[in-house]
Design a binder for this molecule. Structure first.
Ligand code: SF4
Length: 298
């Protein structure tokens, strides 16, 4: 169990609920959620498991998710048209992987995964997609095919917006979700693509495991894994503190300067995009990560 602090006097009943987390990857080398995670995060979590400290207040969202899952399972488990919380296993490149599907609607072979999340995550997922959800559900679809020989026909995320607000819907309208629950259709890959993806991820994690055994640095996280924002190019004017304009590319910033009447007074400042997962410690291991500390010291 991780070490916890209690900075905000969370009551003991809630603490017991947080510590009563029964999540397990079963008798497997890696779960689907572990598989889609960057290998560096998984290895650093493993190496530092006795040192990682978290505050109870940061874990409350987990019991919200668990309670909804439990209620859903209880309500659906006696229906023959739905399979709930099914754990599936398969062997890939010498490792056993496991994944637990939330619900499977047998009438139309639709896999549904419940997420308790924020309104902004839902808005962004509807606009741009969300690669983690797409990868996770396609891994489950492959596991189901591998275990039953049957193809999944559709994958949905049932997103429950924990911060949804009716007044905000009336005020903002537009892309704000119309209900606290949004069903998001996830692109379904071919079985070949699913299998290729899973094999690739297993290989990456196996390589990271070898480096760990040898006491070497785990593979670096890439920009996407670090949730890196775009670099910005700020056009500054002599004698002015704030930027005249901010561009996404050096070329656009240069074009602006060349076409300006005061180009002699202008300069361009390049700001590196922030790596949100590192700076916000959303991986939980930022304090143990050389890749991040080297970035900070640069
Ligand atoms: S701090 Fe950043 S680079 Fe390091 S493990 Fe976390 S996400 Fe990856």
């Amino acid at each position: 169990m991780p070490k916890y602090t209690n900075k905000y006097n969370i009551p003991v009943e809630i603490i017991r609920a947080i510590e009563n987390d029964d999540y397990t990857k079963g008798n497997a080398d890696i779960s689907v959620t572990g598989l889609i995670q960057p290998p560096r995060i998984r290895v650093l979590q493993d190496i530092n498991k006795d040192k990682i400290t978290s505050d109870y207040s940061d874990e409350v969202w987990k019991i919200l998710g668990q309670s909804i899952h439990t209620i859903m399972e209880r309500a659906n488990e006696s229906y023959e048209d739905t399979i709930t919380e099914q754990r599936l296993f398969a062997d890939v490149s010498g490792w056993t992987i496991s994944g637990q599907t939330d619900t499977l609607s047998l009438a139309d072979n639709t896999l549904k995964d419940l997420k308790v999340t924020s309104v902004w995550t839902i808005i962004n997922a509807l606009k741009d997609g969300k690669s983690e959800w797409e990868q996770q559900l396609n891994c489950y679809a492959w596991l189901y095919w591998k275990n039953t020989g049957e193809n999944i026909h559709q994958c949905n995320i049932i997103a429950l917006a924990r911060d949804w607000n009716k007044r905000e819907l009336q005020r903002r309208g537009g892309d704000y979700p119309e209900s606290m629950i949004t069903t998001i259709k996830i692109p379904l890959w071919s079985t070949e693509k699913q299998e290729e993806f899973i094999e690739h991820r297993v290989n990456l994690h196996q390589q990271a495991e070898v480096l760990k055994q040898m006491g070497e640095e785990p593979p670096l996280c890439n920009d996407a894994e670090r949730w890196k924002r775009n670099d910005t190019f700020r056009v500054m004017k002599k004698g002015r503190k704030t930027a005249l304009r901010v561009f996404d590319s050096m070329n656009d910033a240069k074009k602006y300067c060349v076409n300006s009447d005061t180009s002699a007074d202008l300069s361009i400042e390049h700001s590196l995009g922030e790596c949100i997962r590192c700076t916000g410690n959303y991986c939980g291991v930022a304090e143990f990560c050389n890749q991040f500390s080297e970035d900070v010291n640069e």
